[in-house]
Design a protein around this ligand. Structure first.
Ligand code: ATP
Ligand code: MG
Length: 591
């Protein structure tokens, strides 16, 4: 059967010697103290993410190498070398200092994926500011909530976004003192109550004393995706770079001559940890595309830019699948050698699709805003079991735990194939250090030295982890615990299904009934006949107890801006309940 088969690593899959090649040995040998030595530390002591990512290379042999290649709407591109990135980020840090921004003060970023966004992120870190990148598509309310929660003092945005989303609401953001503007069209800006960044950058010095931050100093604030509820603000420190470096090495297999493309926006933790920090730490060239998803464009980028390592998300893969294999067949990807995905479970169907269409399997990996970096991954070092999120990386100890509802006590499950909550032993460097303004919630995540993730998983006898669902999304039907992912994956096996989202709806007899929402691939109509066919297909694959009783067709499923299916919204809409926080809803009222 498709689900239980294994993709064995072949020489085509492994065109270079992987950084992780002996999983057991390298896991045994690994220690975070040792891993930290891969970073240099600031001259004179301390640790600063930006120095490790940029300046360390800018003064060495990589100084003229392209750090970022920015792609614009047309075919225009702009390359920025490590040396130039160092100068620009120095200038930006000096701009902040001149404006009186001090260590620990908060800099928020609200801009499309333009060079200034990246310069500000890294320059902000150099100045000792705490940086929080937001999605530029956020509307005023999500911006106001986050600015207030994070105590934002400085905001970098564009003239257009400022006019549309910030200027009229400034009195509702009392902490916001300084606004730095970039011209959306690249020109200068002149709006009362703001500073034109280009002018300040011209006046700033090329040299800068990087703030002597310590590993435990706060560096970044990332808001969670809001898939299960109100987004939470997770606090991260400069030491996180140690994890970014180690995981870039082992989970993304970065090598110095790679052309790397992480498709995530820095408004989502993936776009910062792996779109900015990890590749720079490895001295690798990154592609940054300013445009949004478009199947032809994306295939074109993979081909033309000769991307060798690609990190994307299940939603994008599903959209490429939806666009049809004929489109993919027009392109060639001879340089592509490693593909990884994160953010949601990756259906086995999608892993196989990668093998067929890209010529490479897709390596699913698992982590959260809270973990700051990849924790469990399919790596080059072992075969892939499609549908599994892989095995814990070196330095990560993962457990399955069961919680006693009455006493709150935790037991660690040793046997394989038992479902339970995924827990991680605390202590990896990129672990979040708190939720903004929510100490109680933060404490609730820990029992002893275990961090409880809120995800239900199972581990098989070979040590592979299988995602079952969010603890909150599990469906209880006639005494069965049903994970939506299993049902969604079975539906995805049908050639007509592009995406599926599964929820439980209340039922007086069985507790909850399984209901599926499905969007179709091109060429399929939402007919009664197809509905019956899908119901039968699911029953055959899953058995009557687990298969959906009802299927509804939707043109598209509601998704977060980071691409996750919002099952809670499907459920609220189904039950006529309030939708709750929809600030992260893609295409929502906010943009
Ligand atoms: P919120 O916490 O606000 O509800 P969120 O949990 O979606 O949002 P993120 O931190 O962006 O916010 O996402 C982490 C979660 O995404 C994980 O806890 C898990 O549920 C899901 N996830 C990430 N990667 C994978 C994966 N490879 N397989 C399955 N689920 C994944
Ligand atoms: Mg979460």
């Amino acid at each position: 059967m498709l689900n239980s088969s294994i993709i064995r690593k072949t020489p085509t899959d492994l065109r270079v010697r992987p950084n992780l090649n002996d999983y057991d040995l390298q896991r045994r040998m690994f220690g975070w103290d040792e891993a930290a030595r891969a970073l240099e530390g600031l001259p004179g002591g301390g640790l600063n993410i930006a120095w490790e990512a940029v300046d360390r290379h800018a003064s060495g042999p990589l100084r003229d190498k392209t750090a970022f290649r920015f792609l614009g709407a047309d075919s225009a591109s702009r390359d920025i070398s490590f040396a130039e990135l160092s100068r620009l980020t120095n200038r930006f840090a000096n701009v902040l200092r001149r404006l009186g921004v001090r260590k620990g003060e908060r800099l928020f970023l609200l801009a499309g994926r333009m060079p200034e966004l990246y310069v500000a992120l890294l320059g902000g870190l150099k100045s000792g500011a705490v940086v929080s990148p937001l999605f530029s598509a956020f509307g005023p309310e999500p911006i106001i909530t986050r600015v207030n929660l994070g105590g934002c003092k400085v905001l970098l945005t564009t003239d257009l976004l400022y006019r549309r989303k910030v200027s009229q609401w400034r009195e509702r953001m009392p902490s916001l003192e300084l606004v730095l503007l970039v011209g959306e069209d690249g020109g200068r800006t002149d709006i009362p109550g703001t500073f034109d960044l280009a002018t300040l950058m011209d006046e700033a010095d090329d040299a800068c004393d990087i703030e002597r931050t310590s590993p435990e100093d706060m560096a970044l604030l990332h808001f969670t995706s809001g898939t299960t509820g109100m987004p939470k603000g997770a606090i991260h420190v400069h030491a996180a770079a140690v994890t970014h470096h180690a995981t870039g090495r082992y989970a993304l297999d970065l090598h110095p001559d790679d052309i790397y493309w992480c498709t995530a926006d820095p408004g989502w933790v993936t776009g910062t940890s792996y779109g900015v920090i990890a590749p720079l730490l490895h001295g690798v060239t990154s592609i940054i595309d300013r445009e949004e998803f478009d199947a032809e464009r994306w295939y074109g980028i993979l081909q033309q830019q000769e991307v060798s390592v690609w990190y994307t998300a299940p939603t994008a893969i599903r959209m490429l699948m939806k666009a049809g294999d004929g489109l993919a067949a027009k392109y060639r990807f001879p340089r592509l050698r490693f593909v990884a995905s994160v953010g949601e479970p990756l259906n086995p169907e999608a892993v196989w699709w990668g093998k067929k269409v890209l010529g490479l399997p897709i390596h699913d990996n698992w982590w959260q805003t809270e973990t700051g970096g990849i924790m469990i991954a399919n790596t080059p070092a072992f075969d892939i079991k499609p549908g599994s999120m892989g095995r814990p990386l070196p330095g990560v100890d993962a457990f399955i735990v069961r919680r006693n509802e009455a006493t709150g006590e935790i037991t660690v499950v040793a046997e394989p194939d038992v479902e339970g909550e995924l827990a991680l032993r605390s202590g990896w460097p990129s672990m979040f250090r708190g939720y903004l303004d929510n100490e109680a919630r933060y404490r609730k995540c820990f029992v002893g030295d275990l961090y409880l993730t809120g995800d239900l998983v199972r581990r098989d006898a070979d040590g592979y982890f299988w995602f079952i669902g969010r603890v909150d999304d599990i469906i209880k039907s006639a005494g069965h615990l049903i994970g939506p992912f299993e049902v969604e994956s079975a539906l995805m096996e049908h050639p007509g299904v592009a995406e599926a989202g599964v929820i439980g709806t209340p039922d007086p007899v069985v507790g909850e009934r399984v209901k599926a929402f499905v969007s179709l691939r091109q060429g399929y109509d939402d007919s009664e006949a197809l509905r019956t066919e899908l119901l039968a297909h699911a029953r055959k694959r899953l058995g009557a107890a687990v298969a959906p009783k009802e299927i509804a067709f939707l043109a598209a499923l509601p998704r977060t801006r980071s691409g996750k299916i919002m099952r809670r919204l499907l459920k609220a809409r189904e039950l006529g309940l309030p939708e709750g926080d929809v600030s992260t809803l893609e295409g929502g009222a906010s943009s």
